[in-house]
Design a protein around this ligand. Structure first.
Ligand SMILES: NC(=O)c1ccc[n+]([C@@H]2O[C@H](COP(=O)([O-])OP(=O)(O)OC[C@H]3O[C@@H](n4cnc5c(N)ncnc54)[C@H](OP(=O)(O)O)[C@@H]3O)[C@@H](O)[C@H]2O)c1
Length: 248
């Protein structure tokens, strides 16, 4: 099956690397010939690249929209015809806005995350139900896919799945820096943190609730209880809950 990507940035690259491995044929449109040429060299398999020009026919194609949200309006006038399906990863861009800018029979909004690069994205999707199966089939190439019933839920999932790798990177980096401050070698602290996240992912699957993991580790008057109380004192829980608010 052939997919048409609009955009050649980080998310396009992570998705394409997996989709090529799953046997998809890919063509990519971008605005900069040199960037497109460098982009195509990143992959083992050949993909076709084109710069935007007027009257690009997207009739009956499956188009994966991967540009910055503000670029949608700027590129929309290049296209003619009605795509079979638009899959958009644009954060915060509604289906109504997609519909105003690019014509398609069906629209799907998808929110992948950067773990798509290793086939481990947890991707949320919503949109035209008739295209659900087709979109899930495509997006399963980059990880797991969850269908939600509304765009509001997808916007929340954008923070939880799309942005959260950046938040977890802050947690990982802080844990390493704290250990280095106490005298642990940075290479050892990094290795321990990688192992921690790997093991923790499996624990999350096995335990019915994250609090049960905490209870299993925190003994009365112990170092974990002391550390936990410091995190609560500094309102780490409250900060994580606030990241979902629009006006922060
Ligand atoms: N990165 C993530 O973890 C992540 C997760 C979920 C969703 N997303 C979504 O993925 C989309 C792409 O993000 P990204 O992380 O891949 O960003 P990126 O690496 O900065 O790539 C952005 C892409 O948009 C193009 N672009 C920017 N301004 C443009 C304009 N005025 N006209 C035409 N093209 C323009 C860029 O073209 P040039 O290369 O020529 O500048 C590039 O192809 C965004 O909508 C974002 O919301 C990203």
């Amino acid at each position: 099956m052939r997919l048409t990507f609009l955009g050649n940035g980080i998310m396009a690259s992570t998705m394409i690397s997996r989709l090529l491995k799953s046997g998809y044929e890919i063509e990519v449109f971008g605005r900069d010939e040199k960037k497109l040429s460098d982009f195509s060299k990143k992959f083992d398999k050949k993909l076709e690249t084109f710069t935007y020009k007027n009257d690009i026919d997207i009739g009956d194609k499956i188009v994966v929209l991967c540009v910055k949200p503000h670029a949608l309006e700027k590129i929309s006038h290049f296209f003619k015809g009605e795509a079979a399906l638009i899959i958009s990863v644009l954060a915060g861009t509604t289906i109504a806005t997609l519909r105003e800018n690019i014509k398609a029979k069906n629209y799907i909004r998808a929110m992948p995350n950067i773990a798509a690069a290793c086939g481990r994205s947890m991707t949320t999707i919503t949109g035209d139900k008739t295209s659900q199966d087709e979109a899930v089939k495509i997006l399963d190439a980059i990880g797991k896919t969850l269908w939600v019933e509304s765009e509001k839920e997808l916007d929340t999932a954008t923070i939880l799945a799309g942005s959260a790798p950046a938040f977890l990177a802050l947690v990982a980096e802080s844990l390493i820096d704290g250990a280095v401050k106490e005298g642990l070698k940075r290479s050892d602290a990094s290795l321990l943190t990688k192992g921690l996240f790997d093991g923790f992912a499996k624990l999350l699957e096995e335990y019915a609730h994250p609090a049960l993991i905490k209870d299993a580790v925190m003994s009365p008057g112990g170092v974990t209880a002391k550390g936990y109380s410091v995190l609560e004192e500094h309102k780490v829980r409250s900060a994580f809950m606030k990241i979902y608010q629009k006006n922060i």
